[in-house]
Design a protein around this ligand. Sequence first.
Ligand SMILES: *Cc1c(COP(=O)(O)O)cnc(C)c1O
Length: 394
Amino acid sequence: MYKTPYQFDLERYIDPRRFARIKEFASGKESPLLVIDLDVIKAKYLELKASIPNMQIFYAMKANPMNEVITMLYELGSNFDVASVYELRQLQRLGIPPERLSFGNTIKKDEDIRHFYEEGVRLFVTDSEYDLQSIAKNAPGSKVYFRLLTEGTGADWPLSRKFGAHPDVIYNLILQSAELNLEPWGVSFHVGSQQRDIGQWDDAISRCKYIFDAVLEEGIELKMINLGGGYPASYVDPTFSIDEYSVEIMRFLTEDFGDHLPQLVMEPGRSLVADAGVIVSEVVNIASKAKNNLYKWVYLDVGKFGGLIETIDESIKFPIYFERQGLADEVILAGPTCDSMDIMYEYYKYHMPDTTQPGDRVYIFTTGAYTQSYSSVNFNGFPPLRAAILPPAK
Ligand SMILES: *Cc1c(COP(=O)(O)O)cnc(C)c1O
């Protein structure tokens, strides 16, 4: 097989000086390790905030719930989208006041709604009648917003049909909420995570406009659109920039709402934190399964259960960097556990320099979102992914 020299466009994913600091920080530390650079998260937050005027950000903390990340975003002015009492408790320990929180999970127990209410939270999402009535009972007078169903088409990590309801159901819930003495505030949607088709926001915003108009005829004036998450991070498959997303989305909004734009809210997760993370990993073994094998199997010490669960169906293609020079082998990448599902990439072929040896370090970029928080607890005895904050630059 004809081979070309191994190439990796490092600067597409990381500033080389930052990468040098991360390598130095991780050297001698146990692998695998997720290193998070807070400066990158701060820059992403400010970039997003500046790209849409008067927008409120509710950080979806499940993407990366490290205390240092939360505290920094709080100090920058962020609000938080909370999905469980456990997340609530963490924010309370960090001193985040309840006015900065929304209970953004459509699936909640009655007692959890009551608990959030008792702790001072007054903002709830809903998409079903049972849940709405529970909010009316357990969190009387609260502000509610209504989650529209989207299909997740075009997203690398779609959120499917689990959340949200069709516009006709939402319309009825809004009318009902007013009768239940709740404050109907607005409409939300999520077009799917790592959504690479900006046009998906156009459809969703049009549906919001339809609902705004329909309930206004019944005397209810909605005031807010929650644009959800879905903004991209820098993986192997290219995307538009944050600014290009925002410019297009503002155009869709103005087309539908003219000068009377509602309050805009966004719930970013991935786009704020993913680019800030690098998983420092190690090659455990490189194996040929037969004499005339086309592809080598490369086993890393990190895999699906240790943080790379978004490689399911090869949905998210993390940039993976091997440091040696050499000719490029096309390889299959797998994790260290004894579960045959623990293969990251078998169909999409990653390149690895043919000089790579077991024990070499491997750097997996854009791993600040949905890695440590998704890593499973002690599967096969492997610990959940360790994570550390990169110390400030000197
Ligand atoms: C996970 C989640 C988000 C974050 O989505 P990203 O695509 O990571 O930005 C936002 N809103 C809700 C309700 C979520 O569940």
